[in-house]
Write a protein that binds this ligand. Structure first.
Ligand SMILES: [Zn+2]
Length: 309
């Protein structure tokens, strides 16, 4: 009988935001306007989907900026460009959309901006979680400029968390797409696959895929494993979840117990998949393959299973 490993005590990177989201304040226009102008308020600026960052004289990297620290004292902040993320120690934090133009926004240089995956190892995990929130929300806003019902232009409401269509009355809310990611196990072995799409050429990792309409998470796990490897899975055990705003996913991690072993690859998805023992996975460097990044839920599923045996 498979007993799922206990969850890691640490939270996943991009989870664990220190913000109180204070959703009840989003519709309070007077509160939002005052918070936008308050000297203690912080902004997380984005150009494209890159975050502003400035090296501190004392070392470290700053990614949240007071209004006075923004170019021009933040004079050009348009209300619709600032989205209320929540409260940190009673002070407001906003995502600040500086646009997605070819040239950097006024007062900034291109090298002042970096992708969250590059930044996250350089900054506290709490800040990475705030930036993940900002990135996900701004991405949704940029991709939802027109009404999906009638094609009309949308107006921003709820301090950035709602887009309303004045033509037909439809309300559009931020989207997060559920994706399942699973370590398939059978006795003392686990299934890892390699995709030509992986950023690391020698990497073997867990299987993953998006949940489809009319499908439970357990069904999505079983379908993806079947489609990619031809393996039938039975019991599915939940492990943990991780916000993954690259661009708009929530990763839902599982262990899946295999009922068959023969592998039939889908060459569109995977170029290889194999059963590995715990010893082989631990010895991956000598055997010539690599595991996913340490900050990924895929790696945590693997490490928890290794520690469990
Ligand atoms: Zn509409």
């Amino acid at each position: 009988v498979f007993v799922p490993p206990r969850f890691w005590p640490e939270r996943h990177i991009y989870a664990g935001s220190p913000l109180e989201r204070a959703a009840h304040r989003r519709e309070d226009a007077a509160f939002i306007a005052a918070a936008r102008d308050a000297p203690g308020t912080s902004f997380a600026p984005l150009w494209g989907l890159k975050h502003a960052r400035k090296a501190e004289a004392a070392g470290g990297v700053r990614v949240l900026f007071r209004r006075a620290e923004l170019p021009g004292g933040g004079a050009g902040i348009a209300p619709e460009g600032a989205s209320f993320l929540g409260l940190l120690g009673g002070e407001a934090v906003f995502a600040l959309d500086l646009g997605a133009g070819e040239t950097p926004p006024a007062g900034w240089a291109a090298e002042d901006f970096a992708d969250l995956r590059v930044l996250s190892p350089e900054i506290p995990a709490a800040w990475a979680a705030i930036l993940a929130h900002a990135r996900g929300l701004v991405y949704w806003q940029r991709r939802h400029r027109f009404c999906g019902v009638c094609g009309g232009g949308l107006e921003t409401r709820a301090a950035g968390h709602l887009r309303h269509c004045p033509a037909c009355g439809a309300d559009h809310f931020p989207r997060t797409d559920p994706a399942v990611i699973m370590l398939v196990v059978r006795g003392e072995r686990a299934l890892l696959g390699h995709s030509p799409r992986f950023p690391i050429p020698e990497m073997y990792s867990t299987l993953a895929g998006f949940v489809e309409p009319g499908e439970s998470l357990e069904e999505a796990v079983a379908r993806e494993v079947w489609e990619e490897t031809g393996i039938r899975v039975g019991a599915v055990h939940y492990h943990s979840s991780q916000p993954w705003p690259f661009p708009a996913s929530l990763m839902l991690g599982f262990y899946a117990e295999a009922e068959t072993e023969a592998i039939t690859l889908d060459p569109e998805e995977l170029s290889d998949a194999r059963w590995f023992s715990r010893a082989e996975i631990r010895d991956h460097a000598r055997l010539g393959f690599r595991l996913p990044r340490r900050d990924s839920i895929a790696r945590r599923l693997i490490e928890d299973w290794l520690a469990h045996g």
